[in-house]
Design a protein around this ligand. Structure first.
Ligand SMILES: NC(=O)c1ccc[n+]([C@@H]2O[C@H](COP(=O)([O-])OP(=O)(O)OC[C@H]3O[C@@H](n4cnc5c(N)ncnc54)[C@H](OP(=O)(O)O)[C@@H]3O)[C@@H](O)[C@H]2O)c1
Length: 263
C-alpha cells in the first residue's frame, strides 16, 4: 500500500478519482484550502498551493502525487510550488491533468490573456511537471460536461446569449477522465499520454441550444467575433482532439441525467 496525495481532491474531478484510488487499497491524502475531517479512509491536509502553505506536510511520504488542483488563473505558479515540495520529499511519480490545447492556444496579447490565459497557465504547469526531474505522467482532457453545464446555466440567465463565432467544443465526462487518471496514477510514469476527448465535436451554440431545449427555455443566440490570436486558434480547433474522441458519454446523455428532460 502506497500513499497517494491528490491535490484538488475536493473538486469535480477529484471527488470522482479519490474513491477509485481508495478502492485500489492505497492510502489517499487530499490537499485542500479548507479543513476537513477524515472520511472513508481519506486523510485531509490543509494547505494552499498559491502560497505554498502546508504543501510540504501534504507531500511528505507520498510516493505518488496526482495534481488536479486548479483555477482559472495561476496554475503555473501552483504547479511550481507543488513541484518544489515534491522534489524535496522524494516523490516518485507526479501525475498531472492538463487541457487539450495547452500547447496550441497562443496567449500573446492582453485580449488573449483576458479570455484564454488559462491555457498558458496550464502549459506553464505542464512544463513545471516535465522539468521537475520527477518521473511524470500528463493527461490532457477536453472540457468536462460539468463545466459546459455551468457555462450554459450562466449564459441562459442573459436575455440574449453571445456565442463566440466559429468556436467548437468536445466535452468529455469527468468520470471517464477520473477512470483514466486512476489507471495512470496506479501505473508507471508515462510522460505525455494520448489526449482524452469527448465523443463528439459541437459548435458552441449547439451545446447551449441543447441545454436550453432540456430546460424548455427560449433565448436568442447571437454570434460574436472574438479578436486575438488565441481566439483564432480556437476557431481553428486548437481545443479539440477529434482523433482522440474516445469518451463515451455524450452531452445529450449527460443533460438528460443532470437537467432531467430529454435533451
Ligand atoms: N473542468 C474542465 O473542463 C477541465 C478540463 C480539462 C482539465 N481540467 C483540469 O482538471 C483539474 C480539476 O478540474 P475541476 O473542474 O475538477 O476543478 P474544480 O471542481 O474547480 O476544483 C478545483 C480544485 O482545486 C483546488 N484548488 C484550487 N485552488 C487551490 C489552491 N490555491 N491550493 C490548493 N487547492 C486548490 C480546490 O480545492 P479546495 O477548494 O478544497 O481548496 C478544488 O479541489 C484542473 O486542474 C483543471 O484545470 C479541467
Amino acid at each position: 500500500m502506497t500513499t497517494i496525495l491528490v491535490t484538488g481532491g475536493t473538486g469535480t474531478l477529484g471527488r470522482l478519482l479519490v474513491p477509485r484510488l481508495r478502492a485500489a487499497d492505497h492510502a489517499v491524502r487530499v490537499l485542500s484550502r479548507s479543513a476537513h475531517e477524515p472520511e472513508d479512509g481519506v486523510e485531509f491536509v490543509k494547505g494552499d498551493l498559491a502560497t505554498g502553505e502546508g504543501v510540504e506536510a501534504a507531500v511528505a511520504g507520498a510516493e505518488t502525487v496526482v495534481h488536479l488542483a486548479g483555477s482559472s488563473k495561476g496554475d503555473g505558479e501552483k504547479a511550481a510550488n507543488l513541484v518544489k515540495a515534491a522534489v524535496d520529499a522524494g516523490t516518485r511519480h507526479l501525475v498531472y491533468i492538463s487541457v487539450v490545447g495547452a500547447d496550441r492556444v497562443p496567449v500573446v496579447s492582453g485580449a488573449d490573456r483576458a479570455m484564454f490565459g488559462y491555457y498558458a497557465s496550464k502549459h506553464a504547469a505542464e512544463r513545471a511537471v516535465a522539468e521537475s526531474g520527477i518521473p511524470w505522467t500528463t493527461l490532457r482532457a477536453t472540457q468536462f460536461h460539468d463545466l459546459m453545464l455551468l457555462t450554459a446555466r450562466q449564459m441562459a440567465k442573459l436575455p440574449v446569449i453571445p456565442a463566440p463565432s466559429g468556436f467548437q467544443a468536445q466535452p468529455v465526462d469527468a468520470d471517464e477522465v477520473a477512470a483514466r487518471l486512476a489507471e495512470l496514477a496506479l501505473g508507471p510514469p508515462a510522460g505525455l499520454v494520448d489526449d482524452l476527448a469527448g465523443p463528439r465535436v459541437y459548435p458552441l451554440a449547439d451545446l447551449i441550444r441543447g441545454y436550453l431545449r432540456a430546460r424548455g427555455k427560449h433565448r436568442a443566440i447571437v454570434p460574436v467575433r472574438v479578436p486575438g490570436k488565441a481566439a483564432r486558434a480556437m476557431r481553428e480547433g486548437a481545443n479539440l482532439a477529434p482523433d482522440r474522441a474516445v469518451g463515451r458519454r455524450t452531452w445529450e446523455e449527460f443533460l438528460t441525467d443532470r437537467v432531467g428532460a430529454a435533451a
